[in-house]
Design a protein around this ligand. Structure first.
Ligand SMILES: [Zn+2]
Length: 87
């Protein structure tokens, strides 16, 4: 296979249905999870945040209403005048 390294068109796998879709057509979604480590005997309560970017194909994204969520996120950003995402 004549593989050309084109970073932009790297296919991604939909985490919902496992279909591989071109990145340009996939819907990226940031998944945030919080871990809290409760250390016994210590007063410190360490809370760790981890975020991972996951991808959905269009149909899964629609099904899970991720596109709507993203729209809302963008609207909120626009309201704040945050234009960094438009770069
Ligand atoms: Zn899918």
């Amino acid at each position: 296979m004549g593989k050309k390294r084109r970073g932009r068109d790297r296919p991604v796998v939909c985490i919902s249905c496992g279909r591989s879709v071109p990145r340009t057509k996939a819907v990226a979604f940031e998944k945030r999870s919080r871990y809290s480590t409760d250390l016994k005997g210590k007063e410190e309560d360490i809370t760790m945040f981890s975020s991972a970017e996951v991808y959905y194909c269009i149909s899964c994204a629609k099904h899970r209403k991720i596109t709507q969520k993203k729209k809302k996120m963008l609207e909120r950003k626009r309201e704040r005048g945050d234009r960094e995402w438009m770069k």
